[in-house]
Design a protein around this ligand. Sequence first.
Ligand SMILES: Nc1nc2c(c(=O)[nH]1)N(C=O)[C@@H](CNc1ccc(C(=O)N[C@@H](CCC(=O)O)C(=O)O)cc1)CN2
Ligand SMILES: Nc1nc2c(ncn2[C@@H]2O[C@H](COP(=O)(O)OP(=O)(O)OP(=O)(O)O)[C@@H](O)[C@H]2O)c(=O)[nH]1
Ligand SMILES: [Mg+2]
Length: 462
Amino acid sequence: MLSTEPIIALATPSGTGAIAVIRISGKGVIAVVAHFFRSVRGKRLSQQKSHTVHLGHIVDGARIVDEVLVSLFKGPHSYTGEDVVEISCHGSPYIQQQIIQLFLRNGCRSADAGEFTLRAFLNGKLDLSQAEAVADLIASDNEASHQIAMQQMRGGFSDEIKRLREELLNFASLIELELDFSEEDVVFADREQFKSLLTKIQNVLKRLIDSFSVGNVIKNGIPVAIVGEPNVGKSTLLNALLNEDRALVSEIAGTTRDTIEDEISIGGIGFRFIDTAGIRDTEDVVEGMGIRRTFEKIEKAQVVVYLIDATGFKENGASLKIEIEKIRNKYPQTHLVVVANKMDALSSEETNHLREQLPNALLLAAKKGTGVEDLQEKLLEFVNTGALRNNETIVTNARHYDALLKAVEEVEKVQSGLAEGVSGDLLAIDIRQALYHFGEITGEISSDDLLGNIFANFCIGK
Ligand SMILES: Nc1nc2c(c(=O)[nH]1)N(C=O)[C@@H](CNc1ccc(C(=O)N[C@@H](CCC(=O)O)C(=O)O)cc1)CN2
Ligand SMILES: Nc1nc2c(ncn2[C@@H]2O[C@H](COP(=O)(O)OP(=O)(O)OP(=O)(O)O)[C@@H](O)[C@H]2O)c(=O)[nH]1
Ligand SMILES: [Mg+2]
């Protein structure tokens, strides 16, 4: 799979910018670029040091294509581990394409998605979980997902896995050594010490596995469905949360037909709010479709904000309370927040009545924006940010989660094998299996298929 042929791609977004960066990596690329580069100081590119920048022109025969800065990185001391040349040109799509095409005609080919980072992985500059974090880092759009991706890219998670792996490996070696001396019946690996090591490893694995429930939602934005009867102010609340006129609002019941979603960051954590069609019995076919979609969204949400119209509470409070209980029972895994809206239009007597009837409800006036901060605080309470604050490793990747589950299963097998006093050769098999799953995370164990899948999801030029 390791190839060193020169690859080229635009590293900056396509379109017009002040400056664009074109990246070229592979064997002999410095000589290739040198052929089309005239330094303003008459310097020869091939004689320059690594990590230096040079001003000059890209020339195609007599034609000057652009004035550029060229950066040199000599392998193995580069991002990919190969020779790398970056050309910073003026950011017109025409110039970008002229330069890229010049090199495509002269020995380079277009890089596949993620191919620079794939080469970095294959050349040992990054392990697999670090390479995956590069994509997460580019995708991160809030403080929490950024922090997690950055920690993973810098090797925090890998180091933790490697430590576990080494400790297990030590023991595996000792047990396998016993096997070699099986005639003599010697014991190198102290069983009590081994048991406590396994317990320690189990605890670390369990913490990592548990962190996925937080990590997974943080990476994708925590889905919060705003639901309730028509006209209670769901779209008004969405707009207040987003601080933007995102959804149509009107006094006509049944305004929102389809779901509307948008993401914002609260306290550094991404929340994806979903405004839904108001729930009621309807003859209208299209409205009925929208309401069905509302229930689909509730099913996928981590949090359901059930909104009621406080002004109607006196008349239909009893039936609303039944409705709320129904939702609570139907979706026991989902956090349910009951919010009474339009409190601005309530008398103090009505307010007291509502407080008595729904002691846990948040009181809010979405139109004026009052109480929206309380709701935000409430939402943050649902996210266990302890691990984030303590800078602990948080698993965000389903592939890693899978491997950790399999690893802990094997460690448990070893643990019970020890308790039952099974023989060293059987213990060794399960230990090796656990080690295999650790290796899957960091990429010591990988297949071309897996790598193809992972890097195909990167952007071109990364
Ligand atoms: N212009 C540019 N900006 C960029 C990148 C890049 O490739 N080019 N990066 C790409 O994602 C990130 C920076 N990451 C990088 C990581 C390693 C090396 C590098 O040259 N490493 C060598 C030498 C280190 C040294 O001694 O200075 C090495 O690891 O051996 C470069 C960039 C973000 N910004
Ligand atoms: N007095 C008062 N009126 C509000 C408040 N919030 C929303 N409204 C009004 O309630 C009406 C319905 O608001 P929407 O946001 O469209 O309600 P909805 O729940 O999205 O309604 P559907 O999309 O039809 O289900 C509009 O006339 C809003 O101006 C509030 O806090 N106070
Ligand atoms: Mg609406």
